[in-house]
Design a protein around this ligand. Structure first.
Ligand SMILES: [Zn+2]
Length: 340
């Protein structure tokens, strides 16, 4: 994905190679900041050569990039990004039997659409004790079909492929023009985030997912207001993004996987996200903690840190509190548009 139009609170410094200063918190607007994390490099994708500092908001605890790329530099920052490469990644191409089993398992979860073979597959998977948490996670808490579902910032279409074979009406919005045309070739109705208007839909969706998108945009409030408008009254929004209060950040600092400068413009705390949702009109209904996220993020964070620091980091990893709603690596929440 690429950025939306920049907000009026920003000014551009043309002398510093397509970086613009960002003086205020993206989640609450406060300019009261302290040093957050310094010297963050793009170690995971190596698409940008810079070193970036994040500020921490004194009011809501969120982090944001003090200087962030725009224009050609921003486009380049996404040039090797994973949502841009997964579309044609051969690893994603599923074995037909595996694909069928996954579909059968998903259908077995929803009464009314599961056939006898689907129910049998579901029963066998349960009987052998197969760990379905990874499969369940991919469903993003989606309500039972039929439903009209939008994936905002759909990337290469990973979520659509999970739901294939289930009776959903699927729509996408995406920022990258290359992905837009590829998804259209697959028959998915996807619109361009750069040109789509707030009045494109009104109260039409039963569910919208926003997975690892909100941290990439310069105006999270505007995006939340837009998605609120597009949901039916009573329908829900799924959001997932890294947490500015994650234990992993306290341990790994600038090497933490969730920072991913310069593509992540800002990360909220749980409270900051809850406030942003409330401002947009949502009710924060519940938070889900993915038990696999911590080990995945920590593994990659450790690999990004210098070898000489590993022993100390491993000691710190062993002495942290259990994951909870405040310190989880990822904030995964379901928020609902009230019925009225
Ligand atoms: Zn703030």
């Amino acid at each position: 994905m690429q950025h939306l139009a920049t907000s009026g609170a920003l000014h551009r410094d043309e002398s510093c190679n397509e970086l613009e200063d960002c003086a205020a918190c993206l989640f609450c607007g406060s300019a009261e900041a302290e040093a957050g994390v310094e010297g963050v490099e793009d170690v995971f994708f190596r698409a940008d050569p810079g070193s970036f500092d994040l500020r921490r908001c004194r009011d809501c605890g969120s982090l944001w990039l003090a200087q962030r790329p725009f224009g050609a530099r921003l486009v380049k920052a996404y040039s090797s990004y994973h949502t841009h490469t997964e579309h044609n990644d051969p690893v994603v191409a599923p074995h037909p039997l595996r694909e069928w089993l996954r579909g059968a398992y998903y259908r077995s979860l929803f009464k009314g659409i599961a056939g006898p073979l689907d129910r049998l597959a579901g029963a066998v998977i349960a009987a052998v004790g197969y760990d379905t948490s990874g499969l369940d996670k991919e469903l993003r808490e989606v309500p039972p079909p039929p439903a009209k579902v939008l994936d905002y910032g759909c990337g290469g279409g990973r979520f659509f492929r999970q739901l294939r074979g289930l009776p959903y009406q699927l729509y996408g919005v995406e920022y990258d023009p290359h992905l837009l045309s590829a998804l259209a070739d697959e028959g998915v109705e996807v619109e361009d985030a750069a040109t789509i208007r707030d009045d494109r839909w009104d109260g039409e969706f039963d569910y919208i997912t926003l997975a690892h998108v909100l941290e990439h945009v310069p105006d999270p409030d505007a995006l939340l207001r837009r998605l609120f408008r597009w949901l039916k009254p009573g329908a829900a929004l799924y959001i997932e993004l890294p947490n500015a209060s994650a234990c992993g950040l306290a341990i790994f600092g600038r090497h933490w996987r969730g920072l991913e400068a310069p593509r992540h413009f800002a990360l909220p705390t749980r409270a900051a996200l809850a406030n942003a949702l409330e401002r947009a009109g949502f009710i924060l209904e519940r938070q889900v903690i993915d038990p696999a996220a911590r080990s995945l993020l920590w593994q990659e964070s450790l690999a990004a840190a210098p070898e000489a620091e590993h022993a100390a980091l491993r000691r710190n990893m062993a002495s942290v509190p259990d994951e909870n709603e405040e310190n989880a690596e990822l904030l995964t929440v379901i928020a609902r548009r009230p019925l009225r």
